[in-house]
Design a protein around this ligand. Structure first.
Ligand SMILES: [Fe+2]
Ligand SMILES: [Fe+2]
Length: 483
């Protein structure tokens, strides 16, 4: 009998989808595999490919205890195809087919819409690994290096997850799309990744933590909405990915939190009370809080752009088709069709920001983005508690939705982080107060000196409170390969 909880290792590709008896798909995946390994090997520096990393690997899809930890060389990591268990009698949770049994096969009329959504999601997964490819060389500790590589191998697995769906359900064009996912490259001129934020570089570790906090959280929200899909294999795939995603955001939240903590500590030790005394603070070898705010502004706004147009017919169509739901769709108490509902959307009218009630059906992206903002605010509150506890007067905050936008109603609008519309010249002149400048980047870069002694941390970041897998503070998370 097919075991749908535990992962089978009887084929080259670990899975809980019965690949050993699904020869057609197994063959397609085996054909795709060498290209994937080449992609991985080209990305990660050789030294780390040969190092032993203390990684978790999925052994089951049971939410309690799905992973086991062990030392692994990354190219030998067992990237697998894992779907959350099928929910019996699951229904299509929204749209015009609401209440009908969830689809187990691709509904013909929505084939291209589904394929597009899977490809867009799939494209982000390898892109983030590409963006983070150089960070191993400057890791502030072995603990952080291990976390980086854990995130990387799991983003690789997420690519596998989407490629499986393409090859299993979309025939020849699915196979072509799967190949293209390895052809596009983050930041490439000829074949860039599909979404803007995934073509930006991740030049330093503060950027990495901000990325995993803000941009992986966009990923989480997209997966949450796809987990509500009426196309059941997609829903099950995304549900399991979400269990992995939680660790990525943990890495981001605790990473930023540890930087904030270290800065406050260094300020207190030196008797500096003014958080804007930037030169003196930087001389301590820590990142000043205003610069952390600027990085937050950048990564948060790039991530808001990933939600697309606030009012969108594509989003309305996907919801109406039952292909994508709202965050926690099944928990919402309404008709799940939204024919007569409205949702507030901000507009820029004659230079003023006004909130207008829009048809809820076309404001699906906006609603998901609002859920995202609420979710993202939690960690910011926790960072602020660290600052308050240290007795420093400073508060980090999420900028206004109109600030620094490149997609949607506020595209290019000169809105301050507080949400004031100002003259374009003034905005341009003050840009460096709100967003990281070249000099800020250079300063952060100057701190990126690797630390690879077990239990030691770079001076700009505090050690974590607890280890991964409850390991002690001096645990050797990475056994570095020495050439
Ligand atoms: Fe992912
Ligand atoms: Fe992620």
């Amino acid at each position: 009998m097919l075991d749908l909880i535990n992962v089978a290792y009887d084929t080259q590709i670990p899975n809980n989808v019965g690949l050993s008896t699904d020869k057609r798909v197994l063959k397609a995946l085996e054909r795709w595999h060498p290209g994937y390994i080449n992609w991985w090997n080209d990305l990660i520096p050789e030294k780390f490919q040969k190092s032993l990393i203390y990684l978790r690997t999925a052994v089951s899809v049971d939410p309690k205890g799905w992973a086991k930890f062990d030392y692994v060389k990354m190219p030998e990591y067992r990237w697998g195809v894992l779907l959350a268990p099928q929910v019996e009698d699951r229904i299509i949770p929204c749209g015009e087919h609401y209440g009908k049994p969830a689809w187990q096969e691709v509904p013909g009329e929505y084939r291209s819409m589904l394929r597009r959504l899977i490809v867009i999601q799939g494209d982000t997964e390898p892109a983030s690994v590409e963006q983070q490819r150089h960070l191993g060389k400057t890791a502030p500790s072995l603990y952080d290096m291990r976390n980086l590589f854990q995130v990387n191998v799991e983003e690789g697995r997420h690519l596998w997850a989407m490629v499986y769906l393409l090859q299993k359900y979309f025939g020849a064009d699915g196979r072509e799309e799967a190949d293209d996912l390895l052809r596009r490259q983050s930041g490439s001129e000829e074949a860039p990744r599909m979404l803007g934020a995934f073509n930006e570089v991740t030049p330093d570790w503060l950027s990495f933590f901000m990325f995993t906090y803000f941009t992986d959280r966009d990923g989480k929200m997209q997966l949450e909405s796809l987990a509500q899909s009426g196309f059941d294999p997609l829903s099950r795939t995304c549900r399991f990915m979400l269990t992995e995603e939680a660790h990525h955001m943990f890495v981001g939240e605790t990473g930023v939190g540890r930087i904030v903590e270290r800065t406050c500590q260094a300020m207190n030790d030196a008797g500096i009370t003014d958080p804007y005394d930037i030169e003196k603070i930087r001389a301590l070898g820590v990142i000043d809080l205003p610069t952390i705010q600027k990085k937050l502004n950048l990564h948060y706004t790039l991530s808001l752009d990933l939600f697309g147009q606030e009012v969108s017919t594509n989003a309305a169509n996907a919801f109406n088709a039952g292909i994508k739901g709202r965050y926690m769709e099944t928990k919402i108490e309404d008709d799940h069709q939204l024919h007569n509902d409205t949702y507030p959307v901000s507009q820029l009218v004659d230079g003023n920001i006004e909130v207008v009630d829009s048809p809820a059906l076309s404001a699906i992206n906006m609603r998901l983005r609002d859920d995202y903002t609420r979710d993202a605010a939690g960690g910011v509150g926790r960072w602020n508690r660290v600052i308050a506890k240290a007795g420093i007067e400073f508060e980090l905050s999420l900028p206004h939705e109109g600030f620094h936008r490149q997609i949607g109603v506020f595209t290019g609008a000169p809105v301050t982080p507080e949400g004031r519309v100002i003259a374009k010249d003034e905005w341009d002149a003050r840009r460096g107060e709100w967003l990281p400048t070249g000099a800020d980047g250079d300063f952060i870069q100057s701190l990126m000196i690797p630390v690879s002694e077990p239990g030691k941390f770079a001076g700009w970041i505090a050690p974590p409170r607890v280890g991964i897998d409850n390991k002690p503070g001096d645990f050797e998370y990475v056994q570095l390969y020495m050439a």
